[in-house]
Design a protein around this ligand. Structure first.
Ligand code: F6P
Length: 476
């Protein structure tokens, strides 16, 4: 039940604002993350009595919870109140790797090779029970921590069941749910067994308000509710759209620190100069090595560009950063290996002593990403499907000379940036190669004009405002 000193604003997400590393000497080292929620919560200020509830993701996180108890040390969290839930490691892995990332992520991003997948058998049902337990642990922690009438914003596909569970425990709360992914269309969503599909939708409908990154995903959610639950299923829940934007102030300031300048120098050396002495053009991509990001087809399109337009050989470099993600899953490890294999293949087939056509880096380095953003002539953002894609919004803001954006029509960002981007069907390699050529040859004046408009659209809803809008909407 609510304590009189409970929190007034609560955020619930799988990944919290801090993660721990356990060192050999037994000490714990905290690492703080960034992102929209971190800026959002800092925007409401220290007097708002806010609490972030997240899961322990690793053994080191679990150790931090055991040592620190109910609240993480505020030194580690930068002053943010954080309750990390120590969920049994097997239950967590079933819920996170098994259901959230291998089923729900695949459904919403339409990633299955359907002749053989998904296999929704007894093992799936066993993991589903863990997903329910994981959601219940969040609902119980939130119910325990929230003050009477508090606002709770529950994040993403990991926590689709939590809103309804929380509503049952605490009918007094104002509950929002926000999806950071796309939402699958009904025909694809109904790959899921009917009872599971209904439980997921009903879970989110336990909230007063369900938020999405674009109208397209909001409409898909409504269509799924109608198809699975019936015509009026959504009537008790308000649907909202909040297109998270880039944090221009932070990015511009961060992108001009000395560590970024150093990496620009190093990258320029790797890129080299064309035989005529001019700087080589750059096609930049920065992603997690994520199946939905379509990195391999991006490489194939670049190879096609070199075939279709040999005049670009020696004059352009594809700078591709593909940072490790979800490496517990074999399919992600295989995908990472495939990205490396195709990049190497292109370099062996087309490279010359003075020119490496693909500069691939797989070690996460935020300063180097910003350096690449600054150098970009073209940004390649070609996901199969993506909730928003903030890289598409960040590169135009940071690039020194303005950049052309090659953008998939399946990215959420397409809704706001499509008009000023060169847009592609992410499966069409010939079309993407053509778009890369178009982007590389965009006249300077037009590139500058488009960058200006892209930047305005990309920064229309900065993270702090994105978060505040959701809170205010919950009050209405
Ligand atoms: O909604 C997608 C998301 O949860 C993002 O918030 C985040 O960028 C990404 O997936 C990372 O996923 P994970 O926490 O599994 O590394």
């Amino acid at each position: 039940m609510a304590s009189t000193h409970g929190a007034e604003v609560l955020v619930a997400s799988n990944r919290g604002p801090v993660s721990y590393e356990l060192r050999e000497d037994g000490s714990l080292h905290a690492k703080r993350g960034g992102g929209g929620l971190v800026s959002g919560l800092s925007a409401i200020g220290p007097d708002a009595n806010a609490l972030w509830v997240c899961a322990a993701l690793s053994d080191a996180d679990r150790e931090a919870v055991r040592r620190g108890g109910r609240r993480l040390s505020e030194d580690a969290t930068g002053g943010q109140q954080v309750r990390m839930i120590d969920i049994d490691a097997t239950v967590f892995s079933d819920a996170y790797n098994g259901i959230a990332n291998s089923v729900l992520w695949f459904v919403h991003h339409m990633l299955y090779q359907t002749p053989l997948e998904p296999v929704l058998d007894a093992e799936f049902r066993r993991q589903w029970a863990s997903y329910e337990a994981y959601n219940r642990a969040f609902a119980e922690a939130l119910a325990e921590e929230a003050a009477q009438g508090a606002a709770v914003v529950v994040q993403d596909y990991h926590l689709a069941l939590a809103p309804r569970m929380l509503r049952e425990l605490r009918p007094d709360l104002r509950i929002g749910h926000f999806s950071h992914t796309p939402w699958a269309p009904p025909d694809y969503f109904r790959l899921l067994p009917d009872d599971i599909a209904a439980e997921l939708l009903g879970g989110i409908l336990g909230a007063d308000r369900a938020g999405f990154l674009t109208q397209r995903w909001a409409d898909a959610f409504t269509a799924c509710c109608e198809a699975v639950l019936g015509a009026d299923a959504v009537s008790g829940t308000r649907i909202g759209v909040h297109g998270l934007g880039a944090d221009a102030d932070f990015l511009r300031q961060r992108a001009h620190r000395p560590d970024v300048d150093e990496r620009m120098t190093a990258l320029r050396t790797e890129i080299g100069t064309a035989p005529d002495g001019k700087a080589r053009r750059t096609i930049v991509r920065v992603d997690r090595t994520e199946l939905s990001k379509n990195i391999v087809r991006g490489l194939l399109a670049y190879r096609q560009l070199l075939d279709d337009h040999p005049e670009w050989r020696e004059r352009v470099v594809h700078v591709a950063f593909a940072y490790p993600s979800r490496q517990d899953l074999a399919v992600y490890r295989d995908y990472t290996a495939e990205v490396q294999r195709v990049a190497q293949e292109i370099n062996s087939a087309y490279g010359t002593p003075g020119w490496t056509p693909v500069v691939l880096h797989v070690k996460d380095d935020f300063a180097r990403s910003l350096a690449a953003y600054r150098l970009a002539d073209v940004a390649l953002v070609n996901p199969i499907r993506d909730g928003m894609n903030l890289v598409a919004k960040e590169v135009p803001v940071v690039s020194d000379e303005g950049c052309a954006l090659v953008l998939s029509r399946e990215a959420g960002a397409y809704e706001e940036l499509g008009e000023d981007a060169v847009t592609v069907n992410p499966y069409d390699i010939t079309g993407t190669a053509h778009a890369l050529h178009q982007a590389l040859t965009l006249p300077a004046g037009e590139r500058a004009e488009r960058t200006k408009r892209l930047t305005a659209a990309a920064t229309a809803l900065p993270p702090a405002q994105w978060f505040l809008d959701q809170l205010h909407a919950l009050e209405d």
